[in-house]
Design a protein around this ligand. Structure first.
Ligand SMILES: NC(=O)c1ccc[n+]([C@@H]2O[C@H](COP(=O)([O-])OP(=O)(O)OC[C@H]3O[C@@H](n4cnc5c(N)ncnc54)[C@H](O)[C@@H]3O)[C@@H](O)[C@H]2O)c1
Length: 522
Protein backbone atom coordinates (compact mmCIF):
# COMPACT_ATOMS: atom_id res chain seq x y z
CA UNK A 1 0.00 0.00 0.00
CA UNK A 2 1.42 3.36 -1.00
CA UNK A 3 -0.32 6.46 0.29
CA UNK A 4 0.38 9.84 -1.28
CA UNK A 5 -0.07 12.89 0.91
CA UNK A 6 0.48 16.52 0.05
CA UNK A 7 -1.22 19.85 -0.27
CA UNK A 8 -3.97 20.35 -2.84
CA UNK A 9 -2.39 20.93 -6.23
CA UNK A 10 0.69 18.81 -5.45
CA UNK A 11 -0.26 16.29 -8.15
CA UNK A 12 -1.41 13.35 -6.00
CA UNK A 13 -4.03 12.19 -8.53
CA UNK A 14 -1.85 12.49 -11.62
CA UNK A 15 1.22 10.97 -9.99
CA UNK A 16 -0.89 8.34 -8.18
CA UNK A 17 -2.47 7.11 -11.43
CA UNK A 18 0.91 6.88 -13.17
CA UNK A 19 2.52 5.14 -10.20
CA UNK A 20 -0.34 2.62 -9.93
CA UNK A 21 -0.02 1.91 -13.68
CA UNK A 22 3.70 1.28 -13.42
CA UNK A 23 3.26 -1.07 -10.46
CA UNK A 24 0.15 -2.80 -11.80
CA UNK A 25 -1.89 -1.72 -8.75
CA UNK A 26 -5.32 -0.13 -8.31
CA UNK A 27 -5.51 3.62 -7.85
CA UNK A 28 -7.84 5.08 -5.24
CA UNK A 29 -8.46 8.79 -4.75
CA UNK A 30 -10.24 9.19 -1.40
CA UNK A 31 -11.90 12.46 -2.50
CA UNK A 32 -13.32 10.72 -5.59
CA UNK A 33 -14.52 7.76 -3.50
CA UNK A 34 -16.35 10.19 -1.19
CA UNK A 35 -17.88 12.02 -4.16
CA UNK A 36 -19.15 8.72 -5.61
CA UNK A 37 -20.53 7.67 -2.25
CA UNK A 38 -22.53 10.85 -1.55
CA UNK A 39 -23.29 11.75 -5.17
CA UNK A 40 -21.90 15.28 -4.77
CA UNK A 41 -18.58 16.97 -5.46
CA UNK A 42 -16.35 17.83 -2.51
CA UNK A 43 -17.13 21.53 -3.16
CA UNK A 44 -20.88 20.79 -2.95
CA UNK A 45 -20.39 18.81 0.28
CA UNK A 46 -18.53 21.74 1.83
CA UNK A 47 -21.28 24.09 0.69
CA UNK A 48 -24.09 22.03 2.20
CA UNK A 49 -22.52 20.13 5.14
CA UNK A 50 -20.06 20.96 7.91
CA UNK A 51 -16.34 20.22 7.50
CA UNK A 52 -16.65 17.93 10.56
CA UNK A 53 -19.26 15.81 8.71
CA UNK A 54 -16.94 15.55 5.72
CA UNK A 55 -13.94 14.54 7.91
CA UNK A 56 -15.97 11.79 9.60
CA UNK A 57 -16.90 10.34 6.22
CA UNK A 58 -13.30 10.71 5.03
CA UNK A 59 -12.02 8.81 8.10
CA UNK A 60 -14.35 5.86 7.35
CA UNK A 61 -13.36 5.80 3.67
CA UNK A 62 -9.62 5.87 4.49
CA UNK A 63 -10.00 3.10 7.09
CA UNK A 64 -11.79 0.91 4.52
CA UNK A 65 -9.24 1.57 1.78
CA UNK A 66 -6.30 0.76 4.07
CA UNK A 67 -7.88 -2.61 4.87
CA UNK A 68 -8.34 -3.53 1.21
CA UNK A 69 -5.75 -5.19 -1.07
CA UNK A 70 -2.65 -3.28 -2.20
CA UNK A 71 -3.26 0.00 -3.98
CA UNK A 72 -1.84 3.45 -4.58
CA UNK A 73 -3.97 5.85 -2.56
CA UNK A 74 -4.18 9.62 -2.96
CA UNK A 75 -5.25 10.98 0.41
CA UNK A 76 -7.34 14.13 0.64
CA UNK A 77 -5.23 17.16 1.62
CA UNK A 78 -6.76 17.55 5.09
CA UNK A 79 -7.21 13.89 6.03
CA UNK A 80 -4.24 13.90 8.43
CA UNK A 81 -6.14 16.25 10.74
CA UNK A 82 -7.95 13.14 11.98
CA UNK A 83 -5.94 11.30 14.70
CA UNK A 84 -7.31 7.85 13.72
CA UNK A 85 -6.24 8.34 10.09
CA UNK A 86 -2.87 9.63 11.23
CA UNK A 87 -2.27 6.57 13.45
CA UNK A 88 -3.42 4.12 10.75
CA UNK A 89 -0.66 5.33 8.45
CA UNK A 90 2.27 4.33 10.68
CA UNK A 91 2.85 0.99 8.91
CA UNK A 92 2.12 2.12 5.40
CA UNK A 93 4.51 3.56 2.80
CA UNK A 94 3.49 7.21 3.02
CA UNK A 95 5.00 9.52 0.41
CA UNK A 96 4.82 13.28 0.73
CA UNK A 97 4.60 15.13 -2.57
CA UNK A 98 6.41 18.25 -1.45
CA UNK A 99 5.36 21.22 -3.53
CA UNK A 100 6.28 24.82 -2.72
CA UNK A 101 3.50 27.29 -1.95
CA UNK A 102 4.47 29.33 -5.02
CA UNK A 103 3.98 26.31 -7.30
CA UNK A 104 0.66 25.39 -5.67
CA UNK A 105 -0.45 28.99 -6.08
CA UNK A 106 0.53 29.03 -9.75
CA UNK A 107 -1.29 25.72 -10.35
CA UNK A 108 -4.54 26.46 -8.53
CA UNK A 109 -5.11 30.17 -9.17
CA UNK A 110 -8.66 30.77 -7.94
CA UNK A 111 -9.90 27.19 -8.20
CA UNK A 112 -13.46 27.39 -6.91
CA UNK A 113 -13.69 23.58 -6.80
CA UNK A 114 -11.24 23.67 -3.84
CA UNK A 115 -13.34 25.19 -1.07
CA UNK A 116 -10.55 25.59 1.47
CA UNK A 117 -8.31 27.21 -1.14
CA UNK A 118 -10.82 29.64 -2.60
CA UNK A 119 -11.91 30.89 0.84
CA UNK A 120 -9.88 31.57 3.98
CA UNK A 121 -6.12 31.92 4.31
CA UNK A 122 -4.44 29.33 2.07
CA UNK A 123 -0.88 30.16 3.14
CA UNK A 124 -1.58 29.49 6.85
CA UNK A 125 -3.39 26.29 5.90
CA UNK A 126 -0.36 25.26 3.78
CA UNK A 127 2.11 25.88 6.64
CA UNK A 128 -0.10 24.07 9.14
CA UNK A 129 -0.46 20.92 6.98
CA UNK A 130 3.16 20.81 5.84
CA UNK A 131 4.28 19.80 9.32
CA UNK A 132 1.87 16.82 9.44
CA UNK A 133 2.84 15.67 5.93
CA UNK A 134 6.51 15.68 6.83
CA UNK A 135 5.98 13.89 10.10
CA UNK A 136 3.85 11.05 8.75
CA UNK A 137 5.81 10.30 5.57
CA UNK A 138 8.63 7.84 5.01
CA UNK A 139 9.67 9.58 1.85
CA UNK A 140 9.43 13.17 0.75
CA UNK A 141 9.66 13.89 -2.98
CA UNK A 142 9.98 17.42 -4.31
CA UNK A 143 7.62 17.98 -7.22
CA UNK A 144 8.62 21.53 -8.24
CA UNK A 145 10.15 21.57 -11.73
CA UNK A 146 9.63 17.82 -12.16
CA UNK A 147 7.34 16.06 -14.60
CA UNK A 148 4.88 13.54 -13.12
CA UNK A 149 7.04 10.74 -14.66
CA UNK A 150 10.12 12.09 -12.88
CA UNK A 151 8.20 12.21 -9.60
CA UNK A 152 7.13 8.57 -10.11
CA UNK A 153 10.77 7.56 -10.77
CA UNK A 154 11.85 9.32 -7.57
CA UNK A 155 9.14 7.48 -5.59
CA UNK A 156 10.08 4.07 -7.03
CA UNK A 157 13.71 4.71 -6.20
CA UNK A 158 13.10 6.13 -2.73
CA UNK A 159 10.80 3.27 -1.71
CA UNK A 160 13.16 0.61 -3.12
CA UNK A 161 10.46 -0.40 -5.59
CA UNK A 162 11.18 -1.49 -9.10
CA UNK A 163 9.24 -2.41 -12.15
CA UNK A 164 10.14 -5.88 -13.41
CA UNK A 165 11.09 -6.35 -17.07
CA UNK A 166 8.86 -8.26 -19.49
CA UNK A 167 10.34 -11.59 -18.31
CA UNK A 168 9.80 -10.64 -14.65
CA UNK A 169 13.50 -9.97 -13.96
CA UNK A 170 14.27 -7.07 -11.63
CA UNK A 171 17.56 -5.21 -11.79
CA UNK A 172 19.08 -3.25 -8.92
CA UNK A 173 22.23 -1.19 -9.42
CA UNK A 174 24.89 -1.16 -6.71
CA UNK A 175 27.11 1.93 -6.89
CA UNK A 176 30.59 1.94 -5.34
CA UNK A 177 33.80 3.94 -5.47
CA UNK A 178 35.02 2.05 -8.54
CA UNK A 179 31.79 2.14 -10.58
CA UNK A 180 28.55 0.20 -10.46
CA UNK A 181 27.19 -3.29 -11.10
CA UNK A 182 23.79 -4.89 -11.56
CA UNK A 183 22.09 -7.37 -9.28
CA UNK A 184 19.61 -9.40 -11.32
CA UNK A 185 16.69 -10.93 -9.45
CA UNK A 186 14.26 -13.31 -11.12
CA UNK A 187 13.71 -16.87 -12.30
CA UNK A 188 15.47 -18.97 -14.95
CA UNK A 189 18.50 -16.69 -14.95
CA UNK A 190 21.23 -19.36 -14.67
CA UNK A 191 21.64 -19.84 -18.40
CA UNK A 192 20.80 -16.33 -19.62
CA UNK A 193 22.74 -14.06 -17.26
CA UNK A 194 26.10 -13.71 -19.13
CA UNK A 195 24.39 -11.49 -21.73
CA UNK A 196 23.36 -9.03 -19.01
CA UNK A 197 26.68 -8.64 -17.17
CA UNK A 198 29.71 -6.69 -18.45
CA UNK A 199 32.33 -9.45 -18.40
CA UNK A 200 36.00 -8.59 -19.11
CA UNK A 201 36.45 -8.55 -22.88
CA UNK A 202 39.87 -10.20 -22.54
CA UNK A 203 38.60 -13.14 -20.43
CA UNK A 204 39.36 -16.55 -21.91
CA UNK A 205 38.66 -18.71 -18.90
CA UNK A 206 36.20 -18.81 -16.05
CA UNK A 207 36.92 -20.57 -12.74
CA UNK A 208 33.69 -21.63 -11.18
CA UNK A 209 33.81 -22.20 -7.40
CA UNK A 210 30.96 -24.25 -5.95
CA UNK A 211 29.88 -27.27 -3.89
CA UNK A 212 29.38 -30.77 -5.19
CA UNK A 213 25.72 -30.81 -4.08
CA UNK A 214 24.97 -27.74 -6.22
CA UNK A 215 25.95 -29.35 -9.54
CA UNK A 216 22.50 -28.81 -11.01
CA UNK A 217 23.15 -25.08 -10.70
CA UNK A 218 26.88 -24.95 -11.40
CA UNK A 219 26.28 -27.16 -14.48
CA UNK A 220 23.79 -24.62 -15.89
CA UNK A 221 26.20 -21.76 -15.18
CA UNK A 222 29.03 -23.71 -16.77
CA UNK A 223 27.02 -24.25 -19.98
CA UNK A 224 26.09 -20.55 -20.10
CA UNK A 225 29.76 -19.53 -19.83
CA UNK A 226 30.85 -22.12 -22.42
CA UNK A 227 28.16 -20.79 -24.76
CA UNK A 228 29.84 -17.37 -24.80
CA UNK A 229 33.17 -18.96 -25.66
CA UNK A 230 34.88 -19.21 -22.25
CA UNK A 231 36.81 -22.26 -21.16
CA UNK A 232 35.33 -23.24 -17.82
CA UNK A 233 37.03 -25.03 -14.98
CA UNK A 234 34.90 -26.08 -11.99
CA UNK A 235 36.58 -26.02 -8.56
CA UNK A 236 34.54 -27.79 -5.88
CA UNK A 237 35.09 -27.29 -2.17
CA UNK A 238 33.49 -29.09 0.79
CA UNK A 239 30.24 -27.69 2.17
CA UNK A 240 30.02 -25.80 5.42
CA UNK A 241 31.47 -22.85 7.29
CA UNK A 242 34.77 -24.67 7.83
CA UNK A 243 35.55 -24.23 4.12
CA UNK A 244 35.76 -20.48 4.66
CA UNK A 245 39.38 -20.87 5.71
CA UNK A 246 42.88 -19.86 4.64
CA UNK A 247 43.60 -23.55 4.06
CA UNK A 248 40.80 -23.90 1.47
CA UNK A 249 41.71 -20.51 -0.03
CA UNK A 250 45.25 -21.81 -0.38
CA UNK A 251 44.02 -24.95 -2.20
CA UNK A 252 42.11 -22.72 -4.61
CA UNK A 253 45.23 -20.56 -5.19
CA UNK A 254 47.06 -23.79 -6.03
CA UNK A 255 44.40 -24.83 -8.54
CA UNK A 256 44.42 -21.37 -10.16
CA UNK A 257 48.24 -21.40 -10.37
CA UNK A 258 48.25 -24.91 -11.86
CA UNK A 259 46.03 -23.58 -14.64
CA UNK A 260 48.07 -20.36 -14.97
CA UNK A 261 45.01 -18.22 -14.27
CA UNK A 262 45.65 -14.59 -15.13
CA UNK A 263 44.19 -11.24 -14.17
CA UNK A 264 42.15 -11.33 -17.39
CA UNK A 265 40.21 -14.37 -16.24
CA UNK A 266 37.01 -14.57 -14.30
CA UNK A 267 35.95 -16.19 -11.02
CA UNK A 268 32.30 -17.14 -10.64
CA UNK A 269 30.88 -18.29 -7.31
CA UNK A 270 27.83 -20.56 -7.36
CA UNK A 271 26.42 -21.13 -3.88
CA UNK A 272 25.54 -19.39 -0.62
CA UNK A 273 27.43 -16.98 1.60
CA UNK A 274 30.23 -19.43 2.38
CA UNK A 275 31.06 -19.77 -1.32
CA UNK A 276 30.67 -16.07 -2.16
CA UNK A 277 32.79 -14.93 0.82
CA UNK A 278 35.55 -17.42 0.01
CA UNK A 279 35.48 -17.00 -3.78
CA UNK A 280 35.41 -13.23 -3.30
CA UNK A 281 38.44 -13.40 -1.03
CA UNK A 282 40.36 -15.56 -3.52
CA UNK A 283 39.31 -13.33 -6.44
CA UNK A 284 40.50 -10.21 -4.64
CA UNK A 285 43.88 -11.61 -3.57
CA UNK A 286 45.07 -13.98 -6.33
CA UNK A 287 47.32 -12.02 -8.72
CA UNK A 288 46.05 -8.94 -6.84
CA UNK A 289 42.56 -9.25 -8.17
CA UNK A 290 40.44 -11.07 -10.74
CA UNK A 291 36.97 -10.18 -11.99
CA UNK A 292 34.20 -11.79 -10.01
CA UNK A 293 30.54 -12.70 -10.47
CA UNK A 294 28.33 -14.19 -7.76
CA UNK A 295 25.53 -16.59 -8.65
CA UNK A 296 23.86 -16.77 -5.28
CA UNK A 297 21.70 -19.76 -4.34
CA UNK A 298 20.67 -19.10 -0.71
CA UNK A 299 18.27 -16.48 0.62
CA UNK A 300 20.97 -15.10 2.91
CA UNK A 301 23.40 -14.92 0.00
CA UNK A 302 20.94 -13.16 -2.29
CA UNK A 303 19.74 -10.53 0.17
CA UNK A 304 23.03 -10.00 1.94
CA UNK A 305 26.33 -11.90 1.50
CA UNK A 306 26.71 -11.64 -2.29
CA UNK A 307 25.93 -7.91 -2.39
CA UNK A 308 28.17 -5.13 -1.16
CA UNK A 309 31.71 -6.38 -1.74
CA UNK A 310 32.74 -7.77 1.66
CA UNK A 311 34.80 -10.95 1.34
CA UNK A 312 36.38 -13.02 4.06
CA UNK A 313 37.61 -16.19 5.65
CA UNK A 314 37.55 -17.35 9.27
CA UNK A 315 40.47 -17.99 11.61
CA UNK A 316 40.35 -20.36 14.59
CA UNK A 317 40.25 -17.17 16.70
CA UNK A 318 37.05 -15.91 15.12
CA UNK A 319 34.75 -15.49 12.14
CA UNK A 320 35.60 -13.23 9.19
CA UNK A 321 38.83 -12.02 10.80
CA UNK A 322 40.64 -11.93 7.44
CA UNK A 323 38.98 -10.25 4.51
CA UNK A 324 38.89 -7.60 1.83
CA UNK A 325 36.48 -5.35 -0.03
CA UNK A 326 36.18 -6.58 -3.60
CA UNK A 327 33.10 -5.61 -5.61
CA UNK A 328 31.82 -8.14 -8.17
CA UNK A 329 30.89 -7.30 -11.77
CA UNK A 330 27.43 -8.60 -11.17
CA UNK A 331 25.27 -10.68 -8.84
CA UNK A 332 22.69 -13.18 -10.06
CA UNK A 333 19.83 -14.00 -7.70
CA UNK A 334 17.78 -16.74 -9.34
CA UNK A 335 15.00 -17.23 -6.81
CA UNK A 336 13.99 -20.58 -8.32
CA UNK A 337 17.17 -22.02 -6.75
CA UNK A 338 15.59 -21.27 -3.35
CA UNK A 339 13.02 -23.99 -4.00
CA UNK A 340 15.63 -26.65 -3.17
CA UNK A 341 17.06 -24.78 -0.18
CA UNK A 342 16.38 -26.65 3.08
CA UNK A 343 13.51 -24.98 4.95
CA UNK A 344 15.72 -24.11 7.95
CA UNK A 345 18.20 -22.30 5.66
CA UNK A 346 15.35 -20.28 4.14
CA UNK A 347 14.03 -19.38 7.59
CA UNK A 348 17.53 -18.37 8.69
CA UNK A 349 17.77 -16.03 5.67
CA UNK A 350 14.40 -14.50 6.61
CA UNK A 351 16.08 -13.00 9.68
CA UNK A 352 18.10 -10.76 7.35
CA UNK A 353 15.00 -9.95 5.27
CA UNK A 354 13.16 -8.83 8.41
CA UNK A 355 16.27 -6.90 9.45
CA UNK A 356 15.83 -4.71 6.35
CA UNK A 357 12.17 -4.40 7.29
CA UNK A 358 12.97 -3.13 10.77
CA UNK A 359 15.81 -0.76 9.81
CA UNK A 360 14.56 0.67 6.56
CA UNK A 361 11.59 -0.78 4.70
CA UNK A 362 8.69 -1.78 7.02
CA UNK A 363 6.67 -3.16 4.09
CA UNK A 364 9.07 -6.13 4.06
CA UNK A 365 7.62 -7.27 7.38
CA UNK A 366 4.51 -8.41 5.51
CA UNK A 367 6.71 -11.07 3.82
CA UNK A 368 7.38 -12.87 7.11
CA UNK A 369 5.49 -16.07 6.31
CA UNK A 370 6.41 -16.27 2.59
CA UNK A 371 6.86 -19.71 0.99
CA UNK A 372 9.43 -20.00 -1.85
CA UNK A 373 7.60 -22.98 -3.32
CA UNK A 374 4.29 -21.14 -3.64
CA UNK A 375 5.14 -17.45 -3.97
CA UNK A 376 7.94 -17.19 -6.58
CA UNK A 377 6.98 -13.71 -7.80
CA UNK A 378 6.63 -12.32 -4.29
CA UNK A 379 9.97 -13.85 -3.28
CA UNK A 380 11.53 -12.11 -6.26
CA UNK A 381 10.05 -8.79 -5.20
CA UNK A 382 11.07 -9.35 -1.59
CA UNK A 383 14.69 -10.16 -2.55
CA UNK A 384 14.96 -7.13 -4.84
CA UNK A 385 13.57 -4.81 -2.15
CA UNK A 386 16.21 -6.10 0.28
CA UNK A 387 18.95 -5.68 -2.31
CA UNK A 388 17.80 -2.10 -2.94
CA UNK A 389 18.07 -1.25 0.75
CA UNK A 390 21.54 -2.76 0.91
CA UNK A 391 22.60 -1.10 -2.36
CA UNK A 392 21.53 2.32 -1.11
CA UNK A 393 23.35 1.95 2.20
CA UNK A 394 26.51 0.47 0.62
CA UNK A 395 26.41 3.21 -2.05
CA UNK A 396 26.64 5.84 0.68
CA UNK A 397 29.16 4.03 2.91
CA UNK A 398 31.03 1.32 1.03
CA UNK A 399 33.70 0.65 3.69
CA UNK A 400 31.54 0.84 6.81
CA UNK A 401 32.97 4.06 8.17
CA UNK A 402 29.51 4.99 9.44
CA UNK A 403 26.02 4.28 8.19
CA UNK A 404 26.73 0.77 6.82
CA UNK A 405 26.83 -0.28 10.47
CA UNK A 406 23.00 -0.24 10.54
CA UNK A 407 23.14 -3.47 8.50
CA UNK A 408 24.40 -5.06 11.71
CA UNK A 409 21.01 -4.58 13.43
CA UNK A 410 20.64 -7.45 15.91
CA UNK A 411 24.17 -8.64 15.19
CA UNK A 412 25.93 -7.28 18.31
CA UNK A 413 23.69 -9.48 20.42
CA UNK A 414 23.49 -12.12 17.68
CA UNK A 415 27.24 -12.73 17.31
CA UNK A 416 27.67 -12.91 21.09
CA UNK A 417 24.76 -15.38 21.28
CA UNK A 418 26.46 -17.52 18.59
CA UNK A 419 29.75 -17.44 20.54
CA UNK A 420 28.25 -18.18 23.95
CA UNK A 421 26.06 -21.01 22.68
CA UNK A 422 28.92 -22.51 20.68
CA UNK A 423 29.14 -22.12 16.88
CA UNK A 424 26.97 -24.66 15.11
CA UNK A 425 24.53 -25.15 17.97
CA UNK A 426 22.38 -22.21 16.86
CA UNK A 427 21.83 -21.01 13.29
CA UNK A 428 23.11 -17.55 12.35
CA UNK A 429 19.58 -16.40 11.46
CA UNK A 430 18.19 -17.63 14.79
CA UNK A 431 20.91 -15.77 16.68
CA UNK A 432 20.24 -12.60 14.66
CA UNK A 433 16.50 -12.98 15.33
CA UNK A 434 17.13 -13.18 19.09
CA UNK A 435 19.57 -10.27 18.67
CA UNK A 436 16.94 -8.09 17.00
CA UNK A 437 14.42 -8.99 19.70
CA UNK A 438 16.97 -8.01 22.37
CA UNK A 439 17.70 -4.76 20.48
CA UNK A 440 13.96 -3.99 20.39
CA UNK A 441 13.66 -4.53 24.16
CA UNK A 442 16.74 -2.37 24.72
CA UNK A 443 15.34 0.42 22.52
CA UNK A 444 12.11 0.26 24.52
CA UNK A 445 14.02 0.33 27.84
CA UNK A 446 15.85 3.42 26.56
CA UNK A 447 12.53 5.06 25.68
CA UNK A 448 13.26 5.12 21.94
CA UNK A 449 10.32 3.00 20.80
CA UNK A 450 6.96 1.96 22.20
CA UNK A 451 5.80 -1.50 23.22
CA UNK A 452 3.84 -1.70 19.95
CA UNK A 453 7.08 -1.87 17.92
CA UNK A 454 8.48 -4.52 20.27
CA UNK A 455 5.30 -6.51 19.62
CA UNK A 456 5.75 -6.05 15.86
CA UNK A 457 9.27 -7.56 16.18
CA UNK A 458 7.92 -10.57 18.01
CA UNK A 459 5.02 -11.07 15.59
CA UNK A 460 7.13 -10.79 12.42
CA UNK A 461 9.96 -13.02 13.67
CA UNK A 462 7.55 -15.68 14.93
CA UNK A 463 5.57 -15.58 11.66
CA UNK A 464 8.85 -16.39 9.87
CA UNK A 465 9.49 -19.32 12.24
CA UNK A 466 12.30 -17.58 14.14
CA UNK A 467 12.84 -17.57 17.92
CA UNK A 468 12.06 -14.50 20.04
CA UNK A 469 12.68 -15.58 23.64
CA UNK A 470 15.76 -16.90 25.40
CA UNK A 471 17.50 -16.84 28.76
CA UNK A 472 20.74 -14.94 28.09
CA UNK A 473 23.55 -14.28 30.55
CA UNK A 474 24.92 -10.72 30.40
CA UNK A 475 28.32 -11.70 31.83
CA UNK A 476 28.83 -14.32 29.13
CA UNK A 477 27.68 -11.92 26.39
CA UNK A 478 29.98 -9.18 27.74
CA UNK A 479 32.90 -11.58 27.61
CA UNK A 480 32.14 -12.29 23.92
CA UNK A 481 31.76 -8.56 23.18
CA UNK A 482 35.16 -7.78 24.69
CA UNK A 483 36.75 -10.18 22.22
CA UNK A 484 34.79 -8.92 19.21
CA UNK A 485 36.57 -6.98 16.45
CA UNK A 486 33.95 -4.22 16.66
CA UNK A 487 34.40 -3.61 20.43
CA UNK A 488 35.12 0.09 21.17
CA UNK A 489 35.48 0.66 24.94
CA UNK A 490 32.21 -1.22 25.32
CA UNK A 491 29.69 -2.82 22.99
CA UNK A 492 27.92 -0.56 20.51
CA UNK A 493 24.37 -1.29 19.36
CA UNK A 494 22.21 -0.51 16.37
CA UNK A 495 18.82 0.44 17.78
CA UNK A 496 15.59 1.82 16.37
CA UNK A 497 14.09 5.24 17.03
CA UNK A 498 10.92 4.14 15.21
CA UNK A 499 9.84 1.87 12.33
CA UNK A 500 12.54 2.04 9.65
CA UNK A 501 14.64 4.51 11.65
CA UNK A 502 17.91 2.89 12.72
CA UNK A 503 20.69 4.60 14.68
CA UNK A 504 24.13 3.09 15.20
CA UNK A 505 26.96 3.34 17.74
CA UNK A 506 24.50 3.40 20.66
CA UNK A 507 25.83 2.68 24.15
CA UNK A 508 23.81 1.02 26.89
CA UNK A 509 24.26 0.89 30.67
CA UNK A 510 24.52 -2.40 32.53
CA UNK A 511 21.07 -1.77 34.10
CA UNK A 512 19.49 -1.20 30.68
CA UNK A 513 21.09 -4.34 29.29
CA UNK A 514 20.00 -6.45 32.27
CA UNK A 515 16.44 -5.17 31.94
CA UNK A 516 16.38 -5.87 28.17
CA UNK A 517 17.64 -9.42 28.75
CA UNK A 518 15.12 -9.95 31.57
CA UNK A 519 12.34 -9.05 29.09
CA UNK A 520 13.80 -11.59 26.61
CA UNK A 521 12.91 -14.41 29.02
CA UNK A 522 9.20 -13.73 28.60
N1 LIG B 1 30.00 -10.86 2.89
C1 LIG B 1 28.93 -10.46 3.53
O1 LIG B 1 28.56 -9.28 3.49
C2 LIG B 1 28.16 -11.46 4.34
C3 LIG B 1 26.92 -11.09 4.88
C4 LIG B 1 26.20 -12.05 5.59
C5 LIG B 1 26.70 -13.33 5.76
N2 LIG B 1 27.92 -13.66 5.22
C6 LIG B 1 28.47 -15.01 5.37
O2 LIG B 1 27.61 -15.92 4.70
C7 LIG B 1 27.83 -17.22 5.26
C8 LIG B 1 26.53 -17.95 5.41
O3 LIG B 1 25.91 -18.08 4.14
P1 LIG B 1 24.69 -19.06 3.87
O4 LIG B 1 23.70 -18.93 4.95
O5 LIG B 1 24.27 -18.83 2.47
O6 LIG B 1 25.34 -20.51 4.10
P2 LIG B 1 26.02 -21.56 3.12
O7 LIG B 1 26.72 -20.91 2.02
O8 LIG B 1 26.80 -22.47 3.99
O9 LIG B 1 24.77 -22.36 2.54
C9 LIG B 1 23.95 -23.09 3.42
C10 LIG B 1 23.76 -24.53 2.95
O10 LIG B 1 22.84 -24.55 1.88
C11 LIG B 1 23.36 -25.31 0.79
N3 LIG B 1 22.78 -24.71 -0.40
C12 LIG B 1 23.12 -23.55 -0.97
N4 LIG B 1 22.27 -23.26 -1.96
C13 LIG B 1 21.38 -24.26 -2.02
C14 LIG B 1 20.25 -24.53 -2.82
N5 LIG B 1 19.81 -23.65 -3.71
N6 LIG B 1 19.57 -25.68 -2.63
C15 LIG B 1 19.97 -26.55 -1.68
N7 LIG B 1 21.01 -26.35 -0.87
C16 LIG B 1 21.71 -25.22 -1.04
C17 LIG B 1 24.84 -25.17 0.92
O11 LIG B 1 25.48 -26.22 0.27
C18 LIG B 1 25.01 -25.21 2.44
O12 LIG B 1 24.99 -26.52 2.90
C19 LIG B 1 28.56 -17.01 6.58
O13 LIG B 1 29.88 -17.44 6.45
C20 LIG B 1 28.52 -15.50 6.78
O14 LIG B 1 29.65 -15.02 7.48
C21 LIG B 1 28.65 -12.74 4.52
Amino acid sequence: MIVLVGFMGSGKSTVGRLLADRLGLRFVDTDETIEERVGKTVAEVFATETEQWFRQLERDVVAEVLNEPDAVVALGGGALGDPATYAALEWVDVVHLDTSFATVHARLGNDAARPLWAKGDPRSLYEERLHAYREVSRLSVTTDNRTPEEVVDAILDGLHLDVPGADGTREVTVRHSGGAYPVLVGTDLLSSWPAAIALPASAERAFLISHRNLRAYSGAVRSALSAIGLTVRVLEIPEGERSKSLAVASELYGALAADAASRHDLIVSVGGGVISDLAGYVASTYVRGLSLVHVSTTLLGQVDAAVGGKTGVNLEAGKNLVGTFHQPRGVICDVSTLETLPREEFVSGMAEVLKYGFISDPSLLASAGIDPLKDGRSVSEMVSRCVRVKAQIVGRDERESGERAVLNYGHTFGHAIEVTSGYGSIRHGEAVALGMMAAAHLAHVQGRIGQDLVTVHRGSLEAAGLPTAARLDLDALSDAWRRDKKYEHGPRFVLLDGPGKAVYGVEASEEELREALRRMER
